[in-house]
Design a protein around this ligand. Structure first.
Ligand code: DX5
Ligand code: ZN
Length: 216
């Protein structure tokens, strides 16, 4: 099977040592840096915004995969593109016009995608995949690291996979939440191309080995 793309989430990094923890990802063999932006409105938590993305961009050898958990993302996607995001994904249920938001991202030359929470039906947004570079399927409810993987969300992965394959779209499928070495194979079998892992990487004794296992 094709190797998965691995995008560790810095939500589980040590915020005091962010430079060290971002740079380490390249040494450990990761492909992207997953940056979780939360606004305290769409989700309860608040993390960081554009200045943090710009700061990470300055020191990161890897491209930035920016996951926006914010309400009305269309107000900010261009600013996140300017801050240095290489991929921007947002929750379409948080947007007034998801199709227009995707266009704003694309017009900045940045890869775009939608994120589907476990309680959101992909059916309501599936036609958007025609213009998405990425479909991000949440395997936990967005908002917190370290939650337990919800296996039923793999049905959304399969549905997305079928739609993408039928139309031969270049869209890749990313999964986020509770993923580690023990369930990565399950995700890949369902059709996942790209894996986000926060605690599984940063809390590991040997992060390099975990990332290698996620890829296989
Ligand atoms: C949750 C975030 C995830 C989270 C993943 O809202 O989108 O990216 O950091 O963390 P783990 O891998 O610990 O579930
Ligand atoms: Zn995320």
């Amino acid at each position: 099977m094709k190797q998965a793309i691995v995008s560790p989430s810095i939500l589980s990094a040590d915020f005091v040592n962010m430079e060290r923890d971002v740079k380490a990802l390249a040494d450990w063999g990761a492909d992207y840096v997953h940056c979780d932006v939360m606004d305290g409105v769409y989700v309860k938590n608040i993390t960081f915004g554009m200045p943090m993305i710009a700061a990470i961009k300055k020191i990161s050898p890897l491209p930035l995969d920016v996951h926006l958990m914010i309400t009305e993302p269309e107000r900010y996607v261009e600013a996140f593109a300017d801050a240095g995001a290489d991929i921007i994904t947002f929750h379409p249920d948080a947007s007034r016009d998801p199709s227009a938001a995707l266009d704003l991202i694309k017009n900045k030359g940045v890869k775009c995608g939608i994120v589907i929470n476990p309680d959101v039906s992909l059916d309501d947004y599936i036609a958007l995949l025609d213009k998405c570079d990425v479909l991000l399927v949440m395997s936990v409810y967005a908002g917190l690291g370290g939650q337990k993987f919800i296996p039923e969300t793999l049905e959304t992965v399969k549905k997305g996979r079928a739609y993408i394959d039928e139309r031969a779209l270049p869209t890749i499928i990313e999964i986020d939440g509770g993923v580690g070495a023990s369930n990565a194979a399950l995700c890949k079998a369902a059709g996942v191309d790209m894996i986000v892992a926060g605690s599984a990487v940063y809390k590991a004794e040997d992060p390099r080995a975990v990332i290698a296992a996620l890829k296989q």
